[in-house]
Write a new protein. Sequence first.
Length: 167
Amino acid sequence: MAEQDVEALYKQALSYMEQGEKQKAIEFFDKTLEMDPNYSPAWNDKGIVCMELKNFDEALKCFDSVMKVDPSNSMPVYNMGYVLLLQERYEDAVHAFDMFLERYPEEKNDFYKFALYLKAEAHYKLKQYDQAKELLDQAIKRDRLFKEARDLMIQILRDEQNIKPAE
């Protein structure tokens, strides 16, 4: 197997992905992986395309493959958490985001902040408002203008007011 051939197939898959030709992208990710089953970027990007196509089970398999091939890579854990959230598997999503947040450097970029937010969203769906608010506080401290986090915080506060017993 020539490394250049693997790279060429992978770049072609990315090109199709960017053009929105998702089935073609998957076809070329598969060709890449046939040549090199340990090529983790192809597994991860195939998982993203599968997620976009709402083929969540296949996406999870792809992200799992990345973690087996490249255990130090944190991004498939984040992606897995996001898929689990979309599948409404909230407890599993919380666990995945816990793993991501433990492994990912806080200061690196916005993924940490978004993981805090997405984990908070899972807690919110589980009606675990205190945990959600704590995570949202952390996310908002990182970015005062983080609209989604602020909006979810407002929603939680409203929900809490609605469930408090009348005096």
